[in-house]
Ligand binder design. Structure first.
Ligand code: HEC
Length: 703
């Protein structure tokens, strides 16, 4: 069976290679429909990048090596493509038959010539600006999927849309979510045998997670798998939810439950298993969500499903009773490793909770795990991978300082794995965060609704001690998954550094939040090359070869969850940013250059002489943390496209502030009215808090 399969694969490779060799015509490539073979054969297809992470195993490894450890120093810009937004850019482009397809913020889709960047078409799904307020982590999108002659995009407002690859015209569109709930889609769809798989997000805002398979040809719903049970009084949609419901308490269904499948998937064609990563609880607060009891399946779990039917096969839960936003939606990579002398088919994941997991992907059996950052929420895992909690890290009675933070030891920034170095490369953040019970929690309240306040109350002393070991900040980590140990790391000055690509040229590419696109040796981490990208690079790069020339493509544009990551640490140089995001494409001896950045004067604080902010700043801080911080940054500091409120003239006047925060005059720009969650005096208290932050900034170093 196995050998036959491999043989068939080789035969396909041979004929494809021949086809590629014969078609060096510069523009006349005919796009043949993307089919199952093309996706199965992606590992050997060097001229294309046909699915989100290049191959179904999601390794983000390319066998290309013209750009290698020796030549990468000659890399230059081949072309760039300006976007029309300054919001976060997270997509990996697809490259199909000489064209490149990628998404930008607000779920817009672009098709350009992969050699020149010349635009072929663009598609704007016209997501309403106010939907921006439902996005926990910016109005980002991570990319399209391709099948037949179509590309597919999931939109921020929950639609799945099929577009004609040649023209960008809409073929069909389906609403995948209940529009009365605050669902969003930011993840890239995946495709298995003509079924488009798409999940959603929204577990900060009271939703119930699921993944759906749609027929690529028609948009017809084929199956849906819910990751948390609904109300047991109604019939469960599928059998595994009966098992899951036994692990929940109280009226969890009233608050959604969470478990959203907002990013990671992988597929093993030999086992015919689809793996999905499930998100955090909604609300985060376990006490409110499930009376502090039960494992709450399938939160923070990896679940294996049959892709034709959505039938459940196995699950592994990383964080039972999840309480800190510890999603298991981070990159899932499939690899074949030798463990204790035996060849094993494994699944690798480094989720937010800070452990690197190695599972048997056939059975879900736990093989090993090791923390790759300081983890204070647990005292360790048992032989089956089940954690024991450190009691100090629960915050129901006393506030707690907990590591990792809600951003996680690793977030969506794609991890890569190289079968050559046998290392996994993890964009890592080691830090801790304060968590406290939110006294103002209301079920189905509008606004960020997690049951957690990041208040200024003092966390319990033991938790502070445990979390204090988290001091490394942001770095790229090379990890040996067999030995479960760090091999090397590259520190960065800011959190939010980009996804990773690694190649057979012994090169590893990663952008950084401080505005560079970097290349390192994949085996040692030695820096080989660096480019001033004029913007943060968060997205993961793709690479492809056309007419014998290897290209590396990456999106630049700051935003995403990093926008909640606060400002720039003191003393850190941040490069000036281009006004809008861009696609940047490199090749050896590329000669293009980016336009010079316009000079921007130093930012000035508004004159607060007449601000008359008489509200209570400490009350204001509580409301700010609950409603505003997720976008405008903790402590009212941001350095992203979301305004740093300390510099806003609107804080001078109660009326101006009210018109934005209560009346919603900027709704179409993603700044909605918060009239339903904040009383006028609470808004005034927030204004007083922001004004107090200006005074604080003036007495310390310039931001
Ligand atoms: C979902 C994200 C989000 C949340 C939550 C949010 N904002 Fe905003 N806010 C924005 C965006 C985006 C803009 C920029 C709008 C524009 O371009 O005009 C903005 C702009 C503003 C401005 C205008 C700044 C200026 O001078 O340009 C003020 C004032 C403001 N927000 C206050 C608040 C307050 C107070 C809260 C909490 C009650 C809050 N925002 C919550 C996204 C958000």
């Amino acid at each position: 069976m196995f050998n036959l399969f491999l043989f068939a694969r080789r035969a396909v490779v041979a004929s494809l290679t021949a086809a590629v060799l014969c078609s060096f015509a510069h523009s006349a490539e005919k796009s043949t429909p993307v089919d199952a073979r093309r996706l199965l054969n992606a590992a050997n297809n060097n001229s294309e990048w046909v699915t989100y992470a290049r191959t179904y195993d999601e390794q983000r490894f390319s066998p290309l090596k013209k750009i290698n450890q020796d030549t990468v120093k000659n890399l230059g810009l081949a072309w760039y493509f300006d976007l029309d937004t300054n919001r976060g850019q997270e997509a990996t482009p697809l490259i199909i038959a000489g064209s490149m397809y990628f998404t930008s913020a607000w779920s817009k889709v672009f098709a350009v010539d992969a050699r020149t960047g010349k635009e072929k078409w663009r598609f704007d799904p016209k997501v309403a600006g106010e939907k921006g307020a439902d996005a926990c982590c910016d109005v980002v999108n991570r990319g399209v999927a391709a099948w037949g002659n179509s590309v597919f995009v999931g939109t921020l407002d929950g639609r799945l849309i099929a577009l004609d690859m040649a023209t960008g015209k809409e073929i069909w569109s389906v609403q995948t979510t209940d529009t009365t709930k605050r669902y969003t889609i930011t993840g890239a769809p995946r495709i298995i045998r003509g079924k488009v798989l798409i999940g959603n997000g929204g577990a900060e805002l009271g939703v119930r997670g699921y993944i759906t398979a749609y027929d690529a040809a028609t948009g017809k719903l084929i199956w849906r798998f819910y990751t948390v049970p609904g109300n047991p009084a109604e019939k469960f949609e599928h059998k595994p939810l009966e098992m899951a419901a036994k692990t929940w308490n109280g009226n969890w269904w009233d608050q959604g439950g969470g478990g959203t499948v907002w990013d990671s998937m992988a597929y093993d064609p030999e086992l015919d298993l689809l793996y999905i990563g499930c998100g955090n609880g909604s609300p985060w607060n376990y006490q409110i969500r499930s009376q502090g009891k039960g494992d709450n399946l399938f939160l923070s779990s990896i679940v294996a499903l049959k892709p034709d039917t959505g039938e459940y096969v196995w699950h592994f839960q990383t964080t039972p009773g999840e309480s800190w936003d510890y999603t298991a939606t981070q990159t899932i990579i499939l690899a074949d490793l030798k463990i204790n002398g035996a060849a094993r088919k494994v699944l690798l994941q480094a989720p937010k909770n800070g452990f690197f997991y190695v599972l048997d992907r056939k059975t879900g059996e736990f093989l090993s795990a090791k923390n790759f950052v300081n983890v204070s929420w647990t005292t360790g895992l048992d032989a089956k991978g089940r954690p024991t909690f450190s009691p100090e890290s629960f915050y129901a009675t006393e506030p707690a300082q907990v590591a990792p933070t809600p951003i996680g030891g690793h977030n969506w920034y794609p991890m890569a794995y190289s079968p050559l170095t046998q290392l996994a490369y993890i964009p890592t953040l080691e830090a801790s965060s304060r968590y406290a019970q939110d006294p103002n929690f209301k079920t189905n309240s509008r606004g960020w609704n997690t049951g957690v306040a990041f208040s200024n109350a003092t966390p319990n002393a033991k938790s502070v001690e445990l979390a204090s070991k988290s001091n490394a900040g942001a770095f790229l980590l090379a990890w040996n998954p067999v030995e479960q140990k760090e091999v090397w790391r590259i520190p960065y000055p800011r959190p939010g550094n980009g996804g990773v690509l690694t190649t057979a040229g012994n090169v590893l590419f990663q952008g950084s939040a401080d505005g560079y696109f970097n290349a390192y040796r994949a085996d040692t981490g030695t820096k080989l090359w660096s480019y001033i990208a004029q913007n943060a690079v968060m997205a993961a790069p793709a690479t492809y070869e056309l007419d014998g020339e290897q290209y590396v493509a990456v999106l630049a544009g700051l935003g995403g969850v990093a926008m909640a990551g606060g400002g720039t640490p003191p003393g850190t140089a941040v490069l000036p940013r281009s006004q809008f995001g861009r696609m940047l494409v490199f090749k050896l001896s590329g000669r293009d250059s980016l336009p010079r950045l316009a000079e921007t004067g130093a930012k000035q604080f508004p004159n607060l002489a007449n601000a008359d902010a008489s509200g209570d700043p400490s009350k204001g801080r509580e409301h700010y943390d609950r409603v505003c911080a997720s976008c405008h940054g903790p402590e009212a500091v941001t350095s992203t496209a979301i305004p740093d409120l300390r510099y806003s003239n609107a804080i001078i006047s109660a009326d101006a502030f009210k018109s934005i925060v209560i009346d919603g005059v900027r709704t179409d720009k993603g700044m909605v009215s918060f009239a339903s969650v904040l009383k006028p005096e609470e808004v005034e208290a927030i204004r007083a808090y922001v004004v107090s932050r200006v005074a604080a900034a003036k007495t310390t170093a310039a931001p």
